[in-house]
Design a protein around this ligand. Sequence first.
Ligand SMILES: NC(=O)c1ccc[n+]([C@@H]2O[C@H](COP(=O)([O-])OP(=O)(O)OC[C@H]3O[C@@H](n4cnc5c(N)ncnc54)[C@H](OP(=O)(O)O)[C@@H]3O)[C@@H](O)[C@H]2O)c1
Length: 435
Amino acid sequence: MTSPVRLALLGCGTVGSDVVRLLHEQSADLAARIGAPLEIAGIAVRRVGRDRGDLPVDPALFTTDPLGLVKRDDVDVVVEVVGGIEPARTWLVEALRAGKSVVTANKALLAEDGATLHDAAAEGGADLYYEASVAGAIPLLRPLRESLHGDRINRVTGIVNGTTNFILSAMDATGAGFAEALEEATELGYAEADPTADVEGFDAAAKAAILASLAFHTRVTAADVHREGITEVTAADVASAKAMGCTIKLLCIAARGADAAGRETVSVRVHPAMIPLTHPLAGVGDAFNAVFVEAEAAGQLMFYGRGAGGAPTASAVLGDVVAVARNRLAGVHAASESAYADLPVRPMGEALTRYHISLDVADRPGVLEAVAGVFARHEVSIATVRQGPAGGADAELVIVTHVAPDAALAATVRELRGLDIVRSVTSVLRVEGGA
Ligand SMILES: NC(=O)c1ccc[n+]([C@@H]2O[C@H](COP(=O)([O-])OP(=O)(O)OC[C@H]3O[C@@H](n4cnc5c(N)ncnc54)[C@H](OP(=O)(O)O)[C@@H]3O)[C@@H](O)[C@H]2O)c1
C-alpha cells in the first residue's frame, strides 16, 4: 500500500478525542477508501498529563507545541479542533502556506477571518475543509459548495444552535419561562456553564456568516450579521405564537434581495422568529439542527440532524479528512474559495420582515383607528388584527403586518409605545415562513 497520510491533530477534547477513536475503530475502512492508511503524527493539547480515559493512542504522541507539530516535515494534513481565533489562525496559516491541507471545526475563526485562511490556502495550494464548523454531523457545506454549484441559492433559513433550540422547544412544550428552560438545559448538559455564546446568538451568527459566504459566493463575516439572542423571549411570546398556530425558533436567515437602486444584495441575520407549525423547521425539536435551503432550480431542500456532540462532529471532521487525503494522493486540490459575486451586505433596517405585535390598549372608541394610523404613517401594511379578551378598561390587540423594511417596523413599535392609549406593548416578534 501507498505510504501513510500523516495527520497533526490540534486539540483532543470533546471532538478531538472522538476523532482519535473513530480513526482507530475505522482505520481499515478509511485506508481502503483513501488508498493509503491514515496515521497520527502528533496530538497538540494544552495539558499533556490530562486524564484522557482509555483513548486508543500512544501517549508519546502528545505535545504542547502545536506550531512545532504543524511545521514538522512528516505532517501532511492538519486537523484543528481547538477553537478560538488565536493562536489557531497562526497554526492554520502556517500549515496552509506550507501546502498542508487543513480540516477544521473552528466556526469562530472562519466567521471572523475566513479570508485569511482562504488566501493562505490559495497561496500554498492546499485544501481548506470545514464541514464540522456548521451543524455538526449534517452534511451541509459540501452540498452548498459542490452539489448546488450549478444552481442559484436564494435563501438559507436554519436552526443551527442546539442549545437555544432545546430551550425554545422546552418553553413551547411546558410553558416554562426562559430562565427555567435554561436551567433544565444546563442540568441536562445541553448548555455550557457560561451560555452567552449560544443564548445571545453569537454561535448562530458565526454559522450564518459561513453559510451566507458559501450560498452567495460572497465574503460575509460575523460582523456583517445582525444578531439577537433568545434571552428576551417570554412565556407570553410563546403562548402568543401558539395562539397563531406558530412556534418560536432562533433562526439564521441569509437571503438575496435588492437595494433601492435594484442592485443585488444579501441580508444575513440571526434572531428569534415565529414560524407556522406547517413550516418544515417547526418540527425540529430538542437540540437538533436543520437548515432549509431554497434554490432556483432545486427548489426547497432540508438538511436535518445532530448539530453538535463529539461523535457527530468527529464524523464530519473525518469525512473532510478522507476528502483531503484522497486529493493529496491524487495530486489535486478542491476548488478554491468562490467569492466572485462580492454582493453588498444590507443593513438590518433594510431587511424585509414581518412583525407580530401584541398591545394592551384602552378599550374605547377610536383606539383602533389611532393604532392603524401609526402603521400607515410608517407605510407598514397590516395583514390581520385580532382583538383579545377585554380586561377591565383595557383590551388586547394582536396585529400581524405584511412584509416591510425592518426599520419601518421598529419605528412603528417605537411610536406605538409612546401613545397614551397604548398601556403596553406586550410582545414584538418577527414572523417568518408565511404565517
Ligand atoms: N463540541 C462540539 O459539539 C462541537 C461541535 C461543532 C464544532 N465544534 C468546534 O470544535 C472545536 C473544538 O471543540 P471541543 O468541544 O472539542 O473543545 P474542547 O473539548 O474544549 O477541547 C479543546 C481541545 O483543545 C486543546 N487546547 C486548548 N487550547 C490549546 C492550546 N493553546 N494549545 C494546544 N491545545 C489546546 C485542549 O487541550 P486539553 O485537552 O489539554 O485541555 C483540548 O484538547 C471548536 O472550534 C468548536 O467550536 C465543537
